[in-house]
Write a protein of this length. Structure first.
Length: 423
């Protein structure tokens, strides 16, 4: 059985590369990497270490002296797996595995492993598998050993030659095509569900944020649901949606999404775009931040960058939710609450205690039920989709025909207008 397997002894390294001006603060970065490692079952994380590097060495990442020092460290601690918190090239990976006689996993590989372990729905499983194959395809090099391990007993005596690499690449491409077809079917089904939801006149409020910011705890408090909420990176992976009546009587659909993380693998950003479509369709976005985390500003920047990468409409209202104020010392907590109170789009709350919820709920209601605007919209005769939308929303006050199309006078809220502009 799964839980009877002997845990793999692992060590986490965070290379602090001095030549990288955009590098993250080393201590919180190592702490996050260790938390990522703990998120995988059957890993016994023996230790973690920050390794200062003037610049990465192309062949083995680390210099000769550091290689020997780490080799002795891993040998003395009987380490079987080394997790390197950063990108490791296929050549570096192969050379380090030979040098240290351990398995190597870089940050992207580790995150893919966690997603693979957590994916619960058919769609999630397909997306992770596609992301893993895309990642693996880039790592086919002469005499590379990682793929052999994944094949179990079907490895090669030596390294795979060029012909074998081409065969592997072709096999991966064929599997990707098959997975894409299966995913298209799943996405079509979800699109039908979304179309059915669109007929319900409930606005969508999407929760986004860095992993472990407390989105699921907030979701549970708002909906009374029982979504998995643990102090663990990527505790929830598949998106969850609930129709809910808030305490102030407002009916909404609340969407909880997968947590973001810095250096999220590009393969995952692409494959999870479909899952995150709910964010793109949202009428209001709640950006949930762990305000008690020492790297909260950097985490916020990472989330905003990924939202931009996903194509989130900059016209969609975003409310910033500073969560976990219950974890702050009283004086710091008071200062954070005062700072949040100065900005009408920031709310300091605790999803655990419910502190600050009244103001947040009032702001959500205000964002969804803004003042009505009376505007003229010219729609070409050929654009049946936008015309149909106006009729469905029942916002037309008057319409007149012109040579280039129909001029509609509409009475709508900014929320309906934003939906119209996304068509």
């Amino acid at each position: 059985m799964e839980h009877d397997r002997v845990a793999t002894r692992a060590w986490v390294l965070h290379p602090d590369i001095k030549s990288d001006r955009n590098r993250r603060a080393a201590a919180p970065a190592l702490e996050e990497a260790v938390s990522l490692a703990h998120a995988l079952p059957n890993l016994d994380v023996i230790g973690g270490l920050i390794v200062p590097l003037p610049k990465p060495q192309p062949g083995k990442l680390f210099g000769k002296g550091k290689l020997e020092e780490l080799k002795n460290l891993f040998h003395d601690n009987e380490i079987e797996l080394v997790l390197i918190d950063g990108p490791v090239s296929p050549v570096q990976q192969r050379n380090l595995e030979k040098e240290w006689k351990v398995k190597i996993l870089d940050r992207t590989g580790l995150i893919l492993e966690i997603f693979s372990d957590r994916a619960a729905t058919r769609e999630g499983v397909l997306q992770v598998e596609m992301a893993a194959l895309t990642y693996q395809r880039t790592r086919l090099v002469r005499a590379w050993t990682h793929l052999e391990r994944q094949r179990g007993g079907l490895g090669f005596v030596g390294g795979p030659g060029e012909t074998q690499i081409e065969a592997d690449r072709r096999a991966i491409d064929e599997q990707l095509v098959r997975l894409r077809r299966q995913l298209d079917k799943v996405v079509k089904t979800r699109t039908l569900h979304r179309a059915a939801r669109a007929k319900i006149p409930y606005p969508i409020v999407a929760l986004v944020g860095y992993t472990n910011a407390g989105k699921s705890t907030l979701f549970n408090r708002l909906t009374g649901a029982d979504v998995m909420a643990k102090d663990m990176l990527f505790a929830t992976l598949d998106p969850t949606m609930r129709a809910v009546k808030l305490e102030n009587g407002l009916d909404i659909i609340l969407s909880d999404t997968v947590g973001f993380i810095s250096d999220l693998p590009t393969e995952l950003v692409a494959s999870f775009r479909a899952t995150l479509e709910e964010v793109l369709a949202a009428n209001v976005i709640l950006h949930v931040r762990d305000i008690a985390h020492e790297a909260t500003e950097e985490q916020s920047e990472d989330v905003l960058a990924i939202m931009e990468n996903l194509g989130v409409n900059d016209k969609t209202p975003v409310l910033e939710v500073w969560n976990k104020i219950d974890k702050l010392a009283p004086d710091i907590r008071s200062a954070v609450q005062t700072k949040a109170a100065r900005d009408e789009d920031i709310f300091a709350i605790s999803a655990v205690t419910g502190d600050g919820f009244d103001d947040l709920l009032a702001a959500i209601a205000k964002a969804l039920n803004s003042e009505t605007l009376l505007e003229d919209v010219l729609i070409p005769y050929a654009d049946g989709k936008k015309r149909a939308f106006l009729y469905e929303q029942d916002v037309i006050e008057a319409e007149t025909s012109h040579d280039e199309g129909t001029l509609f006078t509409v009475s709508w809220t900014p929320m309906v207008k934003a939906k119209f502009e996304r068509l």
